[in-house]
Design a protein around this ligand. Structure first.
Ligand code: ADP
Ligand code: ADP
Ligand code: ZN
Length: 215
């Protein structure tokens, strides 16, 4: 099973990916996470990506497609892939088709998380994650069960992304509308797109996603 989770920043792609990994043993391929790891490690890719990400603009198609290519090549063929935050442009969508074909995989579903834009700023500015295991939280919608303690690993260290501020979010939304939303019609023509109400509670969204996977 190979699926794309598509939606603007804050739609819930990372949250739903984590659920799918836990429930179905799939692998999450998040170009955002891969780029942040590269920035942290100070690799050449990270050095090129850092400022672009801080502005909320898109990193080059070649960089992200190479990251996805390398990750997919390392996966066992039976392990399902969740593409989270990739593809984001028409060129990336074409690259993904080629990468999947080379790996003997086919795209089963494109799941579009629909959310209203006003809610996105609230989601992004309230987002934080565990500094140890990366579990995702939200100040009001999804706080840890015990205040200040990660549900998953017990860590008390949390972090926020430098690009999770209102100004950058507006730029990221603009990039989404201009460059990412236009790739949907191509997938629609293949009959593989399903829309999910991303404004529903996290568990409700997860149930709908599972229903799509069951077909
Ligand atoms: P994305 O990966 O699409 O940018 P995230 O999964 O990181 O989005 O979610 C953004 C923020 O919104 C996080 O703080 C997360 O806890 C919260 N969130 C995710 N899904 C929902 C939901 N269905 N309802 C309310 N808040 C949510
Ligand atoms: P969000 O979860 O808020 O949608 P991501 O973590 O997916 O954000 O991405 C953070 C930033 O990393 C983006 O604003 C962009 O600069 C860069 N990035 C991530 N994925 C891609 C991609 N597929 N193409 C280009 N840039 C990307
Ligand atoms: Zn944790």
């Amino acid at each position: 099973m190979n699926i794309i989770l598509l939606g603007p920043p804050g739609a819930g792609k990372g949250t739903q990916s984590a659920g799918l990994v836990e429930r179905h043993g799939m692998r999450q391929l998040s170009t955002g996470d891969m780029l942040r790891a590269a920035v942290k490690a100070g690799t050449p890719v990270g050095m090129r990506a850092k400022e672009v990400m801080e502005r909320g603009e898109l990193v080059s198609d070649e960089i992200v497609s190479d990251l996805i290519d390398a990750e997919l090549a390392s996966m066992a063929p039976a392990t399902g892939a969740i593409f989270d935050g990739y593809p984001r442009t028409a060129a990336q969508a074409d690259a993904l088709d080629a990468i999947l074909a080379r790996n003997g995989r086919t795209l089963d579903h494109v799941i579009e998380l629909e959310v209203n834009e006003d809610a996105l700023v609230e989601r992004i500015t309230g987002r934080f994650s565990c500094g140890n295991c990366g579990a995702l939280y939200h100040e009001t919608a999804n706080p840890p069960k015990v205040d200040g303690v990660c549900d998953i690993c017990g860590s008390t260290e949390f972090k926020r992304r430098p690009d999770d501020n209102e100004e950058t979010v507006r730029m990221r939304m603009q990039e989404y509308r201009a460059k990412t939303a236009p790739i949907l019609p191509g997938y629609e023509a293949r009959g593989i797109v399903t829309r999910v109400d991303g404004m529903a509670a996290i568990d409700t969204v997860a149930e709908e996603v599972d229903a799509i996977l069951k077909g």
